[in-house]
Design a protein around this ligand. Sequence first.
Ligand code: F6R
Length: 250
Amino acid sequence: MKLIETKDYKEMSEKAAEIIIAQVKKKPNSVLGLATGETVLGTYAALVYDHRQHRTSYQYIQTVNLDEYIGLGPNHPNSYRYYMNEHLFSHIDIPLSQTHIPNGLAADVEEECKRYEELIEKLGGIDLQVLGIGRNGHIGFNEPGTPFDSITHIVELAESTREANSRFYSSLEEVPTHAITMGITTIMKSKQIILLASGEKKAHILSQLFEREVTLNIPASILKTHPNVVVIADKEALSLVSKDQRKVYV
Ligand code: F6R
């Protein structure tokens, strides 16, 4: 795991966008693994800005998103399909048919998980996966305790995750209880991974991530065993990580 420390959220977003753009240029038919949430919004804005300024093309890119809520369709403003269209896909030149997100309305959800895992394999695997990190250390919706050998599967969302997401709903009851997520093995098979973290609300989990051994209690800790992971985090997110710890990862 390598660490890039940035002064703030903007610089973190620009660094992440830089890595994604370099990948797209190097391999114009790359498979990009994408995340949703607050952290990656600035990165997507930077990609859109670059596309407008420099015409970086996504015409042959395929994308696979980490996860989707069960029960929310593409037109629901809280679905991840809606989010991706809104914040990225409708502003760049990627054909929507090349953007893949688990179908939260699938009649047979188990079958949908299988289909999604096979799809990623058929596409040739993920070249570059973008990750955020949950305050409990989750990646995708792989909550603490998720086996490291998991593939795309159905999850019951942790209470803390539902609470964190409830700001987008009028009440906690409305937040879906289940989601489909890539598994930890699915994520770990990616050739390269970038994990983004910003702000003091991620400070505690980052200190845990850097200080503790690989443990099921912190799903993101498995990333320490991947050969090509870059953590891009701003000063606030790193405020509880000691200087000595940081040095190990530079
Ligand atoms: C989103 C996802 C989640 C988020 C994580 C951080 O697709 O899989 O793991 O990356 O919950 O969310 P934010 O960025 O909103 O703090």
